[in-house]
Design a protein around this ligand. Structure first.
Ligand SMILES: [Cu+2]
Length: 144
């Protein structure tokens, strides 16, 4: 398996999601993005044919200890020289209405779209990778 996909100093590694046994449910994707350039970027969208739609979310804990989701309309900041890991309990890529059931070992092709934080550089960067489907382990993860 290729180790990562790189362009313009942005590298995507270890994109994964948990298997979901039924089509039409939502999944959540995670990924590690490192930025070795001197330019800050934002992850603004993820395209995949595996889901009807995707969006960027952050899990937030209320004062009462309840988990909920907040959309991230500005995307996810990937500062120059830093590595940002999207992981369970934090920022994730919501895979809304999966087109088919997903099974462990599968790869779901996905394109990660970035924009420079500097608005004077309007070109977006598209990195093609995939979500590796992992088995559900431990507690089941019921995700809106
Ligand atoms: Cu979500």
């Amino acid at each position: 398996m290729a180790h990562g996909v790189t362009e313009a100093g942005l590298t995507i590694t270890h994109a994964w999601t948990r298997s979901v046994p039924v089509a039409g449910l939502n999944g959540a994707g995670y990924v590690t993005i490192s930025n070795s350039s001197d330019q800050s970027y934002r992850l603004v969208a993820v395209e995949t044919e595996a889901a009807a739609q995707t969006s960027l979310h952050e899990s937030v804990m209320s004062d009462e200890g309840m988990m909920s989701m907040a959309a991230l309309p500005e995307g996810v900041s990937i500062p120059a020289g830093q590595t940002v890991a999207l992981a369970p309990g934090g920022i994730h890529i919501m895979l809304m209405k999966l087109v088919s059931p997903t099974t462990a070992g599968e790869q779901l092709p996905a394109t990660f779209i970035f924009e420079a934080a500097d608005a004077a550089k309007p070109d977006s960067i598209r990195l093609k990778s995939w979500f590796a489907v992992q088995p559900v382990s431990g507690e089941s993860h019921v995700h809106h």
